[in-house]
Write a protein that binds this ligand. Structure first.
Ligand SMILES: Cc1cc2nc3c(=O)[nH]c(=O)nc-3n(C[C@H](O)[C@H](O)[C@H](O)COP(=O)(O)OP(=O)(O)OC[C@H]3O[C@@H](n4cnc5c(N)ncnc54)[C@H](O)[C@@H]3O)c2cc1C
Length: 230
C-alpha cells in the first residue's frame, strides 16, 4: 500500500478543488479587489452595524453575547499576509472550514490592520497554534510582546508561523460584510500539519485541553456550591 505524504495530499486536494467559473458554485476571482479601497467591494453596512452606537442596553447585550460565544471552545490561529515587503500577522479564532470540494475556509475580521491589507494582498496564511505558542497568540493580538521573535516559513509566497500544528495558504475568492466584521472566504492552495497538542481559547482565556477542562469543572463546582448556599 502506498503512503500519501502531506504534499501529495495537497496536490490531490487542489486538483479536485480547482473551481470552474461554469460550476456556478464559485464566483470568478475578483481582480479589482486588489486595487480597491478597503471594503470598497463590499455592500453597505447592515442595520445591525448602524445600531452600534454605545447605548447601555446594546453594550450589555454585546457582553452577554460574548459570554455565551466564549463557551464555544476554539483553537487559536495566526493569520498572516504580505503586502509589498511587509509581513503582517494577527491572532484570530474566527476561523472555520466552509467547504471540502472545493476546499474553502473563512476568517472573520473586525476592525484591524489585516482588514486593510487583504484587499490589496488578496491572499492569507493560517497557522494553527500549538499549546507551546501561547506567547505568540498574545503577541499577535497586540496584548503582550513575545519574549521570542516569531519566525516564518514560506509557502506559495506567503509567510506562515514556524512551529504551528497546521498551516494553510488561501487565495481570497469572496468577501462579505457581516455586521461589524468582514468575512474573508479563501480557496485553500496549500496545507500541511503535524501532531502536537493544540492551544485552545475558552471563556476569554488560553489553555491546553486539560487546563480548560479543569477550569470548567472548578467553575461548575463553584456555581453549584453557590446555588446550594442560597
Ligand atoms: C484568542 C483571540 C482571538 C481573536 N480572534 C479574532 C478574530 O477572529 N477576528 C478579529 O478581528 N480579531 C480577533 N482577535 C483580536 C485581534 O487579534 C487583535 O485585534 C489584533 O491586534 C488585530 O491585529 P491587526 O491586524 O489590527 O494588527 P496589529 O494590532 O497592528 O498587530 C498585531 C500584533 O502583531 C504584531 N505583528 C504583526 N506583524 C508582525 C510581524 N511580521 N512580526 C512580528 N510581529 C508582528 C504587532 O507588533 C502587534 O503586536 C482575537 C484576539 C484573541 C486574543
Amino acid at each position: 500500500m502506498s503512503t500519501v505524504t502531506d504534499r501529495e495530499g495537497v496536490a490531490r486536494l487542489t486538483r479536485v478543488a480547482r473551481p470552474t467559473e461554469s460550476s456556478g458554485l464559485m464566483p470568478p476571482p475578483r481582480p479589482a479587489l486588489k486595487r480597491e479601497r478597503p471594503g470598497a467591494a463590499l455592500p453597505p453596512q447592515t442595520g445591525v452595524a448602524r445600531l452600534t452606537p454605545k447605548a447601555p442596553a446594546i453594550e450589555q447585550a454585546a457582553k452577554a453575547f460574548r459570554q455565551v460565544m466564549g463557551r464555544f471552545a476554539t483553537g487559536v490561529t495566526v493569520i498572516t499576509t504580505i503586502e509589498r515587503d511587509t509581513v503582517h500577522g494577527m491572532t484570530a479564532n474566527g476561523f472555520l472550514s466552509v467547504s471540502l470540494r472545493p476546499p474553502l475556509v473563512l476568517v472573520s475580521l473586525g476592525r484591524c490592520k489585516m482588514n486593510e491589507m487583504l484587499p490589496r494582498s488578496g491572499r492569507y496564511g493560517i497557522s494553527v497554534l500549538s499549546q507551546a505558542q501561547q506567547h505568540f497568540a498574545a503577541h499577535f493580538a497586540a496584548q503582550k510582546r513575545s519574549p521570542v521573535e516569531p519566525t516564518f516559513t514560506w509557502q506559495n509566497g506567503l509567510p506562515l508561523l514556524e512551529g504551528a500544528i497546521a498551516h494553510l495558504v488561501c487565495r481570497v475568492v469572496d468577501v462579505h460584510r457581516a455586521g461589524d466584521h468582514v468575512l474573508w472566504i479563501g480557496e485553500v492552495e496549500y496545507i500541511d500539519h503535524r501532531d502536537d497538542e493544540p492551544l485552545l481559547f475558552y471563556t476569554g482565556r488560553f489553555g491546553t485541553m486539560r487546563e480548560i477542562s479543569d477550569r470548567a469543572q472548578a467553575e461548575q463546582t463553584r456555581s453549584s456550591q453557590h446555588v446550594d448556599r442560597r
